[in-house]
Design a protein around this ligand. Sequence first.
Ligand SMILES: Cc1cc2nc3c(=O)[nH]c(=O)nc-3n(C[C@H](O)[C@H](O)[C@H](O)COP(=O)(O)O)c2cc1C
Length: 363
Amino acid sequence: MTVLFDGFQLGELALPNRVVMAPMTRVRAAAGGLATPSMATYYAQRATAGLIVSEGVQPSLVGQSNPGTPGLYTDEQIASWRPVTAAVHTNGGRIFAQLMHGGRVSHPDTTGFQPVGPSAVPAVGDVFTPNGPRPAPMPRALATEEVAEHVESYARAARGAVEAGFDGVELHGANGYLISQFLSSNANLRTDRYGGSVANRIRFAVEAVSATVEAVGAARTGIRLSPGGTFWGVEESGIPQLYAALLAELARLDLAYIHLEGTTDEEVLVGLRRAWPGTLIMNPSLPMGPKQVERADADHWLGLGAELISFGRAFISNPDLVERLRLGLPIAPVDDAAYYQGGDEGYLTFPTYQHTVPETRLP
Ligand SMILES: Cc1cc2nc3c(=O)[nH]c(=O)nc-3n(C[C@H](O)[C@H](O)[C@H](O)COP(=O)(O)O)c2cc1C
């Protein structure tokens, strides 16, 4: 039986355990979308993870979803990540960058641009802006000939990521952002080759992944997906068929992994596990869901055939999560006020477990 603390060979990377740190936006980048020394410390503190997946990183300015998130599309941004990846490697870890294009989940107050999406359908809910939460604006539908530029943005950012010392990239194909908008049946109302049929709705995802594979190699490319997820108002018709078709196309590419969220019935997810010939990272939870991933969920999914398990919130408050899981130590609760508050407080201030020596009594 596979155990969470067994090693795993992920492409060329020898992971010492099967615990993955899930991507988490923490909005602590410096002006210009630059990574900072605090970010280097934060990720280095968590380097005992088998693999770290970074917070969402925008591949272009128009792809930026939230204020305060880092990018990988300028030389300065690429240079700013080098100390981060070096700190993780120095501490014995491995790190992929998550490439996140927000599509319609963005705002002109954040980027200076009207957001773009598959169709002129706004997201549901308020988006973050430098002036506080604002209703999601109307996106501009991409013209057919513009789509390639956004496909290419993932590949370009992936090249930048490798130059910056990342071990690979994960395309954010989940949670209602651009790739997920194309997969959707209510955010994507297109009548060209990127909309309508399942084969057309998966096309943007397949092209973005293929371009990235061409840029940095399949062993350095993964994708995150949230089958059936309804974030920011996306809906998907025919979930099992949609994802079966997508995985069939992606399976030809020999990717490092797919990273699934527990956003639909276990039966459907197990079906996708069976259909996927490569490595599966499972996150058996929901973003901001009521219950964070625990050891029992991890063991359950290792039993169902996932090779790797990602933990999100537990990694925020437990930099030594792997050791705590291994030794059965208490898991410190997360403080959700710390997610996006900025600064080092609630970011670098969660301690590792403090072992104490039992008091010895002298005779
Ligand atoms: C503060 C915070 C930020 C997040 N940002 C991202 C992100 O940038 N990209 C992403 O794919 N998921 C993001 N997520 C979702 C997590 O990766 C993960 O799927 C979710 O928290 C469920 O796992 P957990 O129960 O272990 O926390 C975020 C979650 C949290 C709590």
